[in-house]
Design a protein around this ligand. Structure first.
Ligand SMILES: [Zn+2]
Length: 246
């Protein structure tokens, strides 16, 4: 085996490259080993992992939890319970791609505890590549059976996309890049005959991101096609706390 630390005096650049490459591989291997408990098939005779449930069962748990949340009858929780077990592995029942809006907190809105949800968030709940990679990690390595894209009423990112299409004013920083990903949903919503433009654009944006997940990932697509996972879209209502599939 080659000495990856090398001899800095004789091959400084090659050694550094080798070292960095090896460091990355070691880190990825450790990452993989960390989650092997949850991702790999259980040994013969061993019980299945706790999140080895049907996608429909995962969705039912989420919607039942949201009914409790909306009715203000959420379960009491002991957050220290299970903490030691969570050091060893995680078994989330769903991956949620949510808007970053401070009023929409998936763990609360679905009345789930630590370790139950694998949540990624970005303003406008768009499937950017980094977030797609995170969701791929969730379904591939953690065995998550359900992916949900969660938009919400009154979404500022979608509203900004609506307004940006009607004005020539420039948005600052990197906001144009984010907002432009929502434009296609707004353009479709503008042709809808009923409902408000904002709600229709929110719902259409969710549907578009769901379609993107179903068609744009070499990791997600085969799992979805094989019915190993389901991918759904939903909208959170700020007024009621209720979540409805769209
Ligand atoms: Zn939002």
């Amino acid at each position: 085996m080659r000495d990856v630390c090398g001899d800095g005096q004789h091959e400084p650049q090659a050694s550094r490259r080798d070292f960095l490459r090896t460091s990355v591989l070691v880190a990825l291997a450790a990452w993989r080993m960390d989650v092997a408990v949850a991702a790999d098939p259980p040994a013969p005779g061993a019980p299945p992992p706790p999140n080895a449930i049907a996608p429909a069962e995962a969705l039912k748990r989420l919607m039942d939890g949201n009914a409790r949340y909306a009715a203000n009858t959420a379960n009491e929780r002991d957050f220290s319970s299970g903490r030691a077990a969570r050091v060893l592995a995680q078994y989330p029942i769903a991956a949620i791609l949510s808007c970053a809006d401070s009023r929409v907190a998936p763990e609360l809105a679905f009345d789930q505890g630590p370790g139950d949800l694998f949540v990624v968030r970005v303003a406008g709940n768009i499937v950017s590549l980094d977030l797609l990679a995170s969701l791929e990690y969730g379904v591939h390595f953690l065995g998550v059976p359900l992916v949900m894209v969660l938009g919400h009423t009154g979404c500022g990112a979608v509203d900004a996309a609506i307004k940006a299409l009607k004005t020539t004013a420039d948005l600052p920083g990197h906001l144009p890049e984010l907002i432009s990903a929502i434009y296609p949903a707004v353009i479709i919503a503008e042709k809808m005959q009923s409902g408000t433009l904002l709600y229709n654009a929110v719902a259409e944006n969710v549907r578009r991101q769901v379609a993107r997940l179903k068609n744009f990932s070499s990791v997600v697509v085969p799992l979805y096609a094989g019915k190993k996972i389901d991918i759904v879209g939903a909208v959170y209502d700020l007024r009621t706390g209720e979540i409805a599939l769209v």
